[in-house]
Write a protein that binds this ligand. Structure first.
Ligand code: SF4
Length: 395
């Protein structure tokens, strides 16, 4: 057994269920018995994930816990634990982890002994001081280091989107970003090792003028925070055109690897209904420009949006738009089932228009229909196609 792997027995688990601890360069794994339960922690000792009794758990920095499992017909199920459930769950697992750390005695495991419920709650309060709420990230960026170079969305009026309605759009100065980075660095501590990419948030951060972005990138480089995997960000198609081709090439040269664009739908009639500016052809132009400059792209399609009324046009238009995008390996097409929230502007519009919301089965069928129509631009190197379920987002 290497010096990074340890085993111990806890009386209540019995000698046939030893606990194995592995200390890796970015995470600490703890495994009870041969297979489960299992727990992963970052190098600050914060829980990243757990697998207990056939269910997966993730803890967010805001101290909420998301539970996920496969239901009937392998359908993905999920729910947020209540605060009381989260307290019981986290208290129990940190009690176990703390006792294991005590038995093993390796100093690197001391981080597992500092967490109890009050400490976790204090940590969530600290997170709220360092960040505005991190409202959403693309699924491949859940483990990114988020830097909020801007706050909010520069548009903020799409009927279906309430991610940033709680804050006005604000572009930070390089000095503000420097202060934010110091706070972020102190918050993460050794857990920074797990963060392999950098996500420039919130929405549309790259809409900032080039001199401002250059200032941010200088600050990020000074702080030695530019990770090997580079920089990622959301942008809307209508904002891509505000930069020249030379600007985008410069950003690619300074580490911007991929940007995520909400196509939502290839049906311009539906886009108008959603109050989203621009058109599907703007997305085609934007992705073409980005790719020519050496920046990868992700197009996000919202399935189920527009209900029964728009379903046929949504499928036809979206297939047509996606088949015009020069997407290849390194790019991603995301399918994001639309989630309506009580009191949303979209809900009001849908009621007024008499739309029937699609069922989960119909939404899945819509995604399948769009996927079936895809003809990759480069068949030998097609883009990745994945599900983007905003109900599973956690940071
Ligand atoms: S969909 Fe994009 S542009 Fe529209 S409000 Fe949301 S973040 Fe802003």
């Amino acid at each position: 057994m290497s010096r990074d792997t340890f085993s111990c027995a806890l009386p209540e688990l019995g000698s046939d269920r030893p606990v194995t601890v592995r200390i890796r360069p970015q995470v600490i794994n703890l495994l009870v018995g041969a297979e489960a339960p299992s727990y992963s922690f970052d190098l600050s000792g914060r829980l990243i994930g757990a697998f207990v009794a056939g269910r997966n758990y993730r803890r967010g920095f805001d101290n909420r816990v998301l539970e996920k499992w496969s239901g009937a017909n392998a359908a993905r199920q999920r729910r947020w634990l209540s605060a009381a459930e989260a307290q019981t769950f986290l208290t129990g697992l940190y009690d176990l982890a703390g006792r294991v750390a005590g038995q093993v005695g390796d100093l690197r495991l001391a981080v597992l002994r500092k967490w109890d419920w009050p400490a976790l709650q204090a940590d969530a309060a600290r997170f709220a001081q360092v960040y505005r709420p991190v409202s959403i990230l693309p699924p491949d960026q859940y483990l990114a280091l988020v830097l909020q170079a801007t706050e909010g969305c520069s548009y903020n009026r799409c009927a279906f989107c309430d991610f940033y309605r709680d804050r006005p759009f604000r572009v930070k100065s390089p000095d503000e970003l420097r202060a934010h980075i110091e706070a972020v660095r102190a918050f993460f501590g050794p857990a920074l090792a797990l963060r392999k990419s950098l996500f420039l948030a919130d929405a549309n951060a790259l809409v900032a003028p080039m001199p401002r972005i250059r200032g941010w990138l200088d600050v990020i480089e000074e702080a030695r925070l530019l990770p090997a995997a580079g920089i990622y960000s959301f942008i809307d198609a209508f904002d891509v055109h505000r930069k020249t081709q030379a600007d985008w090439a410069e950003l690619a040269g300074r580490g911007v690897r991929r940007v995520y664009i909400g196509l939502e739908t290839g049906d311009d009639v539906l886009l108008r209904f959603l109050r989203k500016p621009g058109s599907a052809s703007d997305v085609v132009d934007a992705v073409t420009r980005l790719k020519a400059a050496g920046v990868a792209a992700s197009a996000i399609v919202m399935t189920g949006i527009g209900g029964d009324r728009y379903a046929a046009g949504h499928v036809t238009g979206t297939v047509a738009a996606l088949n015009t995008l020069p997407l290849a390996a390194g790019d991603i097409v995301y399918f994001s089932p639309f989630v309506d929230h009580p009191g949303s502007e979209y809900g009001q519009l849908a009621r007024e228009a008499g739309l029937r919301a699609l069922t989960e089965v119909e939404v899945a069928a819509q995604e399948a229909a769009i996927r079936a129509g895809l003809r990759p631009y480069d068949p030998a190197h097609p883009p990745q196609c994945s599900r983007y379920d905003v109900r599973e987002f956690i940071y």
